[in-house]
Design a binder for this molecule. Structure first.
Ligand code: SAM
Ligand code: SF4
Length: 417
C-alpha cells in the first residue's frame, strides 16, 4: 500500500516507563471516543535480496543472500516488541494481520509458523482473521507457499510488477517472468485468496505492453489485483538517475485500459489502485482506508492507535540491528506522536477518499471524534466543484474527484497554524 500519512508535529517523548506512558495516553484530552475502531496488526520484515531502484520502503539488502536474514533473533525481537505493546491494546480483538516488507517470503515457513503462533498466543484474533504475507517470486521454491498456508497464513500478496523480462530488468527485480508465472500458479493452488501487485507507466512501456501485463495477470484469475503507477520517490536510485518518464496522457490511457480489462474480468475497482472480485477485498487495507487502528511492530513499522481521548502514531526504530537491540531492551519505539485535532480531518480524508464508495458520516465521527461541522466548509466546496457527492448518510468521490484525488484531499488540510 502506498498511502503515506504525514506525522503531526506534536511530538511527545517516549517515556521509559510503560505504566507512565500508558497513564499519559489515557489522560483526558481534546477528543472523546465512545468506542475504539477495529484494530489490525502490521508486522514488518525488513530484508530483501537486493534493493530495487524505485523502492523507498524500509527494506535492506541482505549482505550475504545465501545466509538469509537472522530469522531466529528477529522473530524473538518481534515477540518482545509485541509483548511490550500489549498494555496499549489491552482487551481489543484483532481484525486482520499483515506480514509485510521488505520480503517476508525470505523467512522460512517454520519461522512464519512460529511468528503466527506467537501472535495467536498473545492477541485475541477474530474468528476467520485474515493473515496476509507478502511474497516475492525471486524467493519462490516449490512447496514454499503451501508451507506458509500450513503456518496459518490465509492470503498471499505477490509482488510481480510485470510479466515482461525487459521491464523486470529495468526495475532491477531479482526474478524473471517465468518465475513470476510459477509463483502465481502455486499461490493459486495453495491459497483460497491472493493478490498480485503490478506497476504501470514503466520506462519505455507502450499501451499494448501495459495491456499484455494486465491480461497475463488476469489469465491467472486473481481474486485481487493492485496496480500502481511507478512513482519516483526521493532518496532512491531512480531519483538520482531517473529513467525516461512516461507521458501523462499515455499513463492516463493505460489506467483507463487497466480499469476496463480488470472490470470485464469481474474485478471491480474499489480503491484507487485496488481491484477485487466480490468477497475478496483486502480487509487489512480496508481497515487503513477506513481510518481504523493498527499496531505496527518490526523495524521502521508505523502504527496508529486510538485511546479514549486521543489518536497516537508510533514509529519503531528503522535500522534492523538497532530495532532488534531496542526490542531486546524493551525500547523498540523511535517516536510516539499525538495527532493534533486540526490534522484529523485531512488524515481521515487521505485514506477514506481513496475508496470508490467513500465513507459513512458516522464513520468520520467515530474515527476522528469530531463533529461533521469540522468538515462542512471543505465538503461543501468539494461538492460545488463536482469532486464529491453526498447524502445524509455518506460521502463519496465522483469520477472527477477520483481523477483529481490530491486536489480533493488538500481541501481538508488544516488552516495555517
Ligand atoms: C511494500 S512493496 C513490497 C512488495 C515486495 N517486497 C515486492 O516488491 O515484491 C508493495 C508494492 O508497492 C509497489 N511499489 C513499491 N515501490 C513503488 C514505486 N516507487 N512506485 C509504484 N509502486 C511501488 C510495488 O508494486 C510493490 O509490490
Ligand atoms: S523487493 Fe519490494 S521491498 Fe524489497 S526493495 Fe524491491 S520493492 Fe522494495
Amino acid at each position: 500500500m502506498r498511502t503515506m500519512v504525514p506525522i503531526a508535529p506534536v511530538a511527545t517523548t517516549v517515556a521509559a516507563d510503560p505504566a507512565e506512558r500508558l497513564a499519559r495516553l489515557m489522560r483526558p484530552g481534546a477528543l472523546s471516543f465512545p468506542s475504539l475502531p477495529p484494530l489490525s496488526l502490521y508486522v514488518h520484515l525488513p530484508w530483501c535480496i537486493r534493493k530495487c531502484p524505485y523502492c523507498d520502503f524500509n527494506s535492506h539488502a541482505l549482505g550475504d543472500a545465501d545466509a538469509g536474514p537472522p530469522e531466529q533473533r528477529y522473530v524473538d525481537a518481534l515477540v518482545l516488541d509485541l509483548e511490550a505493546s500489549l498494555p496499549f491494546v489491552w482487551g481489543r480483538r484483532v481484525h486482520t494481520v499483515f506480514l509485510g516488507g521488505g520480503t517476508p517470503s525470505l523467512f522460512s515457513p517454520a519461522s512464519i509458523e512460529r511468528l503466527v503462533a506467537a501472535i495467536r498466543a498473545r492477541l485475541p484474533l477474530e474468528p476467520g482473521c485474515e493473515i496476509t504475507l507478502e511474497a516475492n517470486p525471486g524467493t519462490f521454491e516449490r512447496e514454499r507457499f503451501h508451507g506458509y498456508a500450513a503456518a496459518g497464513v490465509t492470503r498471499l500478496s505477490i509482488g510481480v510488477q510485470s510479466f515482461d523480462d525487459g521491464k523486470l530488468a529495468v526495475l532491477g527485480r531479482v526474478h524473471d517472468a517465468a518465475q513470476a508465472r510459477a509463483a502465481v500458479a502455486e499461490a493459486r493452488e495453495a491459497f483460497a485468496t491472493f493478490n498480485l501487485d503490478l506497476m504501470y507507466a514503466l520506462p519505455g512501456q507502450s499501451l499494448d505492453g501495459c495491456e499484455r501485463d494486465v491480461d497475463t495477470a488476469l489469465s491467472f484469475a486473481p481474486p485481487h489485483l493492485s496496480i500502481y503507477h511507478l512513482t519516483i520517490e526521493p532518496n532512491t536510485y531512480f531519483a538520482r538517475f531517473p529513467p525516461a518518464p512516461v507521458d501523462d496522457d499515455l499513463a492516463a490511457a493505460m489506467l483507463d485500459r487497466i480499469v476496463e480489462r480488470a472490470e470485464s474480468a469481474g474485478l471491480g475497482r474499489y480503491e484507487v489502485s485496488a481491484f477485487a472480485r466480490s468477497g475478496h477485498r483486502a480487509r487489512h487495507n480496508l481497515n487503513y482506508w477506513q481510518f481504523g487502528d493498527y499496531l505496527g511492530i518490526g523495524a521502521g513499522a508505523h502504527g496508529k492507535l486510538s485511546f479514549p481521548h486521543r489518536v497516537v502514531r508510533q514509529v519503531r526504530l528503522r535500522d534492523p540491528a538497532a530495532y532488534m537491540t531496542g526490542a531486546e531492551a524493551g525500547a523498540a519505539i523511535a517516536s510516539e506522536t499525538e495527532v493534533a485535532r486540526a490534522d484529523l480531518p485531512f488524515e481521515f480524508m487521505l485514506n477514506a477518499l481513496r475508496l470508490k464508495d467513500g465513507f459513512e458520516l458516522a464513520t468520520f465521527r467515530e474515527r476522528t471524534g469530531l463533529p461533521m461541522s469540522a468538515i462542512e466548509a471543505p465538503l461543501a466546496q468539494a461538492e460545488r466543484r463536482g469532486l464529491v457527492r453526498r447524502d445524509l448518510q455518506r460521502v463519496e468521490p465522483t469520477a472527477l474527484g477520483f481523477d483529481f484525488l490530491n486536489d480533493l484531499q488538500q481541501l481538508f488540510l488544516p488552516a495555517e497554524r
